[in-house]
Design a protein around this ligand. Structure first.
Ligand SMILES: NC(=O)c1ccc[n+]([C@@H]2O[C@H](COP(=O)([O-])OP(=O)(O)OC[C@H]3O[C@@H](n4cnc5c(N)ncnc54)[C@H](O)[C@@H]3O)[C@@H](O)[C@H]2O)c1
Length: 257
C-alpha cells in the first residue's frame, strides 16, 4: 500500500470511471482528495461516500478561470495542493478524413490543453512548498497509434512531450511529473466508445485477445500504480512514460487454445 498521508490531491475526471477509483484509492491511502469534474451529481455522490476526506469541485479542465477557482477551493478547504492527477479525458472515434475539426479541437482542448492548464494552475503551490507530484493520464493507444482515434491518440502521445518537459523544468524544485498509459479498462468511456463504433469495438476486442495478459484491466489496477507514483516511495521517479496495459503495446501473443 502506498502512503499518501498529508497529501492533498486533485483528481480531474474524478466523478466516475477510473477517476472515481483513483479518488477512493487515494483516500484509503491517507490523502485528502479534491474530485474535480463537470459531472456534478456523480462527483458529489463520490465525495459524500468519503466523508471529510474528499470534496467535489466543479471544474472544466479547458477553462483557465475554472482551474484558478478549483485550486483556490482546494487550498481553502484542505491547504496547498501537493499532488495532481490529470485524468479527465474524452474520445472521438471516426476515420481521420471524417473527423470534424470541431471534434478534433474539442478532444485536443480537454485531453491536452486541460493537462497543460492543470500543471500551470498547481505549480505555484508546489513551487512554494518545493515539493509535489503530478501524474498525467495518457493511453496505450497514444504509444502505438490506433485506427479511428486520430484526435485521441494525438493528445495522448502529446502528453509524453508535456510530461518530459515539465519534469525537466520542475525537478530541481522538488516536483515530479510522470505519465501513465492505461490499456483497455472497463469504464463508461470504453462502453460508450464500443457502443458507438463497431470497427473500434472489434479493434479493442482484438487488442485484448492478443495481449500478453489477455483481458481488460480493472480500474483498481491503474489506481494502485498512480498512488505509488504520487507517494514519496517514488521519490526518484520523474519524466517516465509508464504503460499499465497488460502488454497492449507489445507484439501479439498467441492466445491459448
Ligand atoms: N477506459 C479505457 O480503456 C482507457 C484507456 C486508456 C486511457 N484512458 C484514459 O483514462 C482517463 C479516464 O478515462 P475513463 O475511461 O475513466 O473515462 P470516463 O469517461 O469514464 O471518465 C472521464 C471523466 O472525465 C470527465 N471530463 C470530461 N471532460 C471534462 C472536462 N472538460 N473537465 C473536467 N472533467 C471532464 C468526465 O465527466 C468523466 O467523469 C481518460 O483520460 C482516458 O482517456 C482510458
Amino acid at each position: 500500500m502506498s502512503n499518501l498521508d498529508g497529501k492533498i490531491v486533485i483528481v480531474t475526471g474524478g466523478a466516475r470511471g477510473m477517476g472515481a477509483s483513483h479518488v477512493r484509492k487515494f483516500a484509503n491511502d491517507g490523502a485528502r482528495v479534491v474530485i474535480a469534474d463537470v459531472l456534478d451529481d456523480e462527483g458529489h455522490s463520490v465525495a459524500s461516500e468519503l466523508g471529510d476526506t474528499a470534496i467535489f469541485v466543479h471544474l472544466d479542465v479547458t477553462s483557465e478561470q475554472s482551474w484558478t477557482d478549483a485550486v483556490e477551493t482546494a487550498r481553502t478547504h484542505f491547504g496547498p495542493v501537493t499532488s495532481l492527477v490529470n485524468n479527465a479525458g474524452i474520445e472521438f472515434a471516426a476515420p481521420l478524413h471524417e473527423t470534424p475539426v470541431e471534434q478534433w479541437n474539442k478532444v485536443i482542448d480537454v485531453n491536452l490543453k486541460g493537462v497543460f492548464l492543470g500543471i500551470k494552475a498547481v505549480a505555484p503551490d508546489m513551487l512554494g512548498a518545493r515539493s509535489g507530484a503530478i501524474v498525467n493520464i495518457g493511453s496505450g493507444a497514444g504509444l502505438i497509434g490506433y485506427e479511428n482515434l486520430s484526435a485521441y491518440t494525438s493528445t495522448k502521445a502529446g502528453i509524453n512531450g508535456l510530461t518530459m518537459t515539465a519534469a525537466i523544468e520542475y525537478g530541481k524544485h522538488g516536483i515530479r511529473v510522470n505519465a501513465l498509459h492505461p490499456g483497455v479498462v472497463q469504464t463508461p468511456m470504453l462502453r460508450n466508445a464500443m457502443d458507438s463504433n463497431s470497427d473500434l469495438k472489434q479493434a479493442l476486442n482484438d487488442s485484448v485477445r492478443f495481449q500478453a495478459i489477455p483481458r481488460m484491466g480493472e480500474t483498481h489496477e491503474i489506481s494502485e500504480v498512480i498512488s505509488f507514483l504520487l507517494s514519496d516511495q517514488a521519490s526518484f521517479v520523474t519524466g517516465v512514460s509508464l504503460p499499465v496495459d497488460g502488454g497492449l503495446i507489445l507484439g501479439k501473443a498467441t492466445p491459448l487454445a
